[in-house]
Write a protein that binds this ligand. Structure first.
Ligand code: NDP
Length: 433
């Protein structure tokens, strides 16, 4: 870690894992002698590259592209690409590091990686997005492949971008290699439920945590942040399970809708009009827009942060606790600061960390890879059942690991320990490499 003093998000993610696994190292001294930890915190490979592109006015722009291939001990590198102005090496490394354990938890035989660029998609035309994606992939392609590294979407990389990226890879390599990218359109190799999987999975994880206490989501009020891929489908699934999701947000503010968020309207505003979240309130009498704030001071039973890292701090956590929150299921990656996590846990809130709670997306990506490899197509219902089973297994693995290490109900420790054990055993078996 001394090598990365200027990478605060990466340090935060590593400290969170290290805080949980000390007792595992005590029980397994062979992990220490095999240097598992110092090897794990150093990515197997980091790629940084120039992404030059031309906007519609003919001006040349240069962005920076990243791919951090953290660990392939359990399978090919797997993890999304993020296009957002905040992207830097620290952000990509924290995401790639978390991805190792998340992917291990899925039990699907996938390694950990993450990538992206500091490109700002907002306000860019389709043609500009296409040219950017083509330039990005004209370098990244040489590092990818179905047995090597399989990216997917993340913030700023949805169906449109995946299409342009896949098309460029196909053109350069002269290979229609379906299994080299997940999140593809269902007409050209994509899997049913992949689009919905992360949001659905975060809701299933909340339901699993409640089930241990003989409860369910039925009748609960839910606060969701974000209005992107994860948030929209978390809201949709919460509604289907009888809950009332009352908020959605973007970087301009949030909307509260006591009648329950209208998913069709939200999708129209965000996915079709590509407008700001205030446009939702403007078209919905039961909703109001709160500018420049986050949706954590609304009375709810369940909170699903689904926007970005560190979007929920200790003050937000205390506000939520004061308004009655009992369950937090992280749809985003590391949305809660360490202070917020501690506050939730001290207050006895059931807290599902992103590593476990949002693993449904990558797990379904692995199902997409299976279907690509076997040239099969599974139905929506079948795929959703598989997703639900995988989330139940992840919940059980985290729950059991927490029990085994005398931290009952601590899903942060449980997820870190269960993921780490799988990775560490594989590293031990494969030697110092
Ligand atoms: P999208 O780009 O579809 O949506 C992101 C949403 O979060 C938008 O509403 C965006 O608002 C908001 N947001 C982004 N950055 C900020 C910020 N700095 N402050 C406030 N709001 C912000 O991304 P996804 O839904 O795919 O991803 C959301 C989170 O879920 C990320 O943490 C991602 O890593 C995680 N995740 C995603 C998976 C997936 O399958 N897509 C899988 C696992 C985790 P605005 O438009 O204003 O920027």
């Amino acid at each position: 870690l001394a090598r990365s003093p200027h990478e605060p998000e990466f340090q935060q993610a590593v400290h969170e894992v290290l805080g949980s696994i000390a007792p595992v190292l005590d029980r397994h001294p062979q992990f220490v002698s095999a240097g598992v930890l110092p090897r794990l915190v150093e990515p197997e490979r980091q790629i940084m590259f120039r992404v030059p592109w031309v906007d519609d006015a003919g001006t040349v722009h240069v962005n920076r592209g990243y791919r951090v291939q953290f660990s392939s001990v359990l399978g090919p590198y797997k993890g999304g690409l993020r296009f957002h102005p905040s992207v830097n090496l620290s952000i990509i490394k924290f995401l790639g590091f978390e991805q190792i354990f998340k992917n291990a938890l899925t039990g699907q035989g996938i390694g950990g990686a993450k990538g992206g660029s500091d490109f700002t998609p907002h306000g860019r035309s389709d043609a500009e997005i296409m040219r950017f994606c083509q330039s990005f992939m004209s370098e990244l392609w040489r590092h990818l492949g179905e047995h090597t590294d399989v990216p997917a979407g993340d913030i700023g990389v949805g169906a449109r971008e995946v299409g342009y990226l896949f098309g460029t890879y196909r053109k350069i390599t002269n290979r229609h290699e379906s299994g080299m990218f997940t999140g593809k359109g269902v007409q050209w190799g994509g899997a049913e439920v992949r689009t919905e999987a992360t949001g659905y999975g975060a809701v299933f994880f909340a339901e699993e945590m409640l089930r241990v206490h003989g409860d369910s989501l039925d009748g609960k009020r839910v606060a969701v942040s974000g209005s992107g891929n994860v948030a929209v489908y978390a809201i949709a699934k919460a509604l289907q399970l009888g809950a009332t999701p009352v908020t959605a947000s973007d970087s301009s503010g949030y909307v509260v809708d006591d009648a329950g968020i209208d998913v069709d309207l939200l999708r129209q505003v965000k996915e079709i009009d590509r407008a700001r979240i205030s446009a939702y309130a403007a078209q919905r009498p039961s909703a109001r827009f709160v500018e420049g704030a986050r949706p954590w001071d609304v009375p709810v039973d369940v909170a699903i942060p689904a926007a970005t890292q560190n979007e929920l701090d200790e003050d937000d956590a205390r506000a939520l606790i004061g308004r009655g929150v009992r369950v937090v299921s992280e749809g985003a990656n590391m949305p809660s600061t360490p202070g917020a996590v501690a506050a939730f846990q001290e207050a006895g809130v059931l807290f599902g960390p992103g590593k476990a709670a949002n693993a449904g997306g990558v797990a379904t990506s692995a199902l997409e890879m299976s279907q690509n490899a076997s040239r099969q197509r599974w139905s929506f219902d079948d795929s959703e059942r598989k997703l639900r089973d995988i989330i139940a297994d992840i919940h059980a693995a985290a729950f059991d690991a927490a029990e085994r290490y005398d931290r009952p109900g601590d899903y942060v420790a449980g997820a870190n320990i269960a993921g780490f054990e799988r990775v560490a055993h594989a590293m031990l078996a494969q030697g110092v490499i």
